[in-house]
Structures are given as structure tokens and as C-alpha cells.
Design a protein around this ligand. Sequence first.
Ligand SMILES: Nc1ncnc2c1ncn2[C@@H]1O[C@H](COP(=O)(O)OP(=O)(O)O)[C@@H](O)[C@H]1O
Ligand SMILES: [Mg+2]
Length: 410
Amino acid sequence: MRSALNSPFSPGSDSVPEVWAGRTEQLSDWRDVVRPRRIAGLPERGRTILGEAGLGKSTLVRRIAREAAAGGDWVTPQLRIPSGSDPLKLVAAAILRLADEAGLAASREARIRKALDRVQAVAASGISLSLRQADGPEPYTVLTDLLVEVGRAAIRAGVAVLIHIDEVQNITGENALSQLLIALGDALVFEEPVAVPGLAAQVHRSLPLAVYLTGLPDFADMAGARKGATFARRFKTTTLSAIDDDDLASALQSFIIDGWPVPDGAGGIAKIRMEPGAASAIVDLCRGEPFLFQLAGERAWYAGTGEVITRAQVLEGWKAARSEAVSHVERILERLPARETQFLRAMADLREDDRTLTRIAKEMGLAKATDAGPTSQRLDSVRGIIERGKPYSFRHRAVEAYLSGDWPDL
Ligand SMILES: Nc1ncnc2c1ncn2[C@@H]1O[C@H](COP(=O)(O)OP(=O)(O)O)[C@@H](O)[C@H]1O
Ligand SMILES: [Mg+2]
């Protein structure tokens, strides 16, 4: 009855998972703030969603985009930047597709034809265009111009436009990064004059454009340090952290109460249920990590074929997932500079109520607490792995579990 073909859990896949947990704040930010404000012509910053691998950044914005598209908005697919590639080509091609959707391809207006031609050149040559044609406009102005046309068409159609650029930390070229951020930022702050009946003076409105950038926390350094104030004025950054246990438990509640519907192989529907103890074991094992949540769920699903997922099956399945769960956390730790890993290890070795900067610094063998200050600040405000409260605590609960206990064993 349960099989690999009908599992609703999907670790690592690029689709929006059927078993969804939490992130309600971010979903409602789109529904209640970003979209309505931009549709109304009010200014609203783009969104940058950062966080360690597996926290669900790509998936979150995919879900937002899917919802938007279902409501008729014009959305790009997730534009994933491969490491070292030219992001302008990719984004130019995506803007051309939006222009198509907006019906601009058929336009006879010279202004629009010219904008399309220029973006086609950027899609073909990318950043190298600015070097080749020294006298022509820079690629970023070209992209902004066409985005503005798409935005005008969106006003006429009464829809929003959503652009999602993923893995933004892979944009390593300084020039490409600033051109891209300026192109998108300029379109976001662009103000269109509109005539209002009965008003002599013109008023201005923003275009119904929304931009989501997603990627690893390292992007904050790249965009923050040099692009500084302008970037912060145009994009609002959120760093995702673990999902609350309550939210994970609610996500599994439908298995407990109603059962999860799957085809029974005889033309009907069977309901797959879960023992309450099975659900709490999944919540317990995954430590707020959406990737591990999907992994634990999938393995439990595979651990039997019957109508009820038992706690024993969750534990059985987790054995098969164990090494994958460990590498997930190890990959996160390996990417960190040595000093940050050292800090986390020292912090994990201390009792929860002993985790103060002074104690951690001492544990690291540092002379003064302030020597560990910058490291702790980065781990908190850039990476979202710890929280510098009183005492310090882990926000990344899988990292904590891995460093301080028997996890992934129960
Ligand atoms: N809100 C969520 N609820 C349940 N599972 C989620 C959620 N967000 C992400 N996932 C799952 O977590 C895994 C990692 O998500 P992904 O978006 O690829 O992470 P990131 O882009 O941050 O590395 C995927 O398998 C995805 O299905
Ligand atoms: Mg991702």
C-alpha cells in the first residue's frame, strides 16, 4: 500500500513538498505585505532570504511563486545561478520570457522593440557586453528598461511580477553582482507617473514587481560590505532558522487524524495513518531541519507497507537515514571558517546555562572574551546558527545535537 511511488515526503527534491511545515510568517509576508503593496503602487523592498543549506529557502520561494502563478501573476522559474556563471545572461533570458508573457514581443512600439533587442544582446553576451561595446548602455540599464515595460504591462493586466534568483552566493564576479543588484533595485524603486482623474498634478506609483533572492548566508557579506547602504535600502534580508517543533507536529497531524490519502491500487483511496508516537519521533529526530524532516518521513514511509506508520518504523527508517543526516550537518560545519567551527564546538561542550561569551572564549583557549566577539556576532547575525541571548543558545538545533550529544542516535 505504501510504496516509493506514493510517498508524500520528498527530501532534496526541487518540488514543493506535499507535507509542508511552518514558514507562515514568510508566506504571509508575500500575501499580506509584498504583493498587495506592490499591486497598490506602494514602495516595498525586494526580499533576500538566506540561511544554511537545507533550511528550505529555495522551496519557500518556489511555493510563493507557485501560489502567485496559480493566481495569474507572471513569475520566473527559480533562476539558479551555477557557480562562476554569468548571472546577467540567465536573468536577461528570464526577463525576455516575462516580456513574452506580458505580450510585449508582439509590440510595434519602437521603445519596446529597442528594449527587447538590447536585452536579447545581454542574454547572448552577458556581462561581456559592457566590455565589447564601450559606447552602448551598460547591461543593467538595459535590463531595468525592459523590466519597467513588463511592470507597466502588469499594471494594465492587474497582476504582479515575481522574479526568483536562487544560489545568489554563487555570483562571484564583482561587476556582474553589482550590475544585477542595480538592475533589479532600479526597477523596484522606479516610479511611474500616473494621471488621476480630478487631480491636476500627476502622482507616482511603484510598479507591481517583486524580487526574491535566495542563497547561503555568505551572500550577506558580498552584497553588504561593498554595495552597503543602497542594497539594504532596496532589499530586506531575512535569515531562516530551524522550523518550530509545533509547526512540524502540526504538519504531521493530518496523518494522525484523517490519514494521508493514497491510491489503494484497486481504483480506490487508502488512508495512511501515523501513530502519535511515530510523529513525535520524526519531530524529535529532525531537530527543526526541513531536509531531515523529509528524510525521516520518507524513511519511515519506506520502512513498512501497512496502513499505519509506527514508531518502530520511524526508528528503523532512521537507521538507514543516519549517515545522510550526519553528512548533512557535517557539510554545514565544513563550510564554516575554522574559528567559527571551533566556537560552536566549545559552546556545545558547555552546559546550556554555562554558555556565556566569557566561558566559551575560555573554552576556546582565548585570553579575553572580546577575542571571540566577532566570531559570535557572525554566527548569530550573519549565519543564524546561534543566538547571543543570556545565555547563548543554538538556533540551528541539528548542529547543536550533532556537536553535543548522541544524535543522530536516539
Ligand atoms: N516548510 C517546509 N516544510 C517541509 N519541508 C520543507 C519545507 N521547506 C523545505 N522543505 C524540504 O527541505 C528540503 C530542503 O529544502 P531546500 O529548499 O532545498 O533548502 P535550501 O534551499 O535552503 O537548501 C527539501 O527536501 C524540501 O522539500
Ligand atoms: Mg536551495
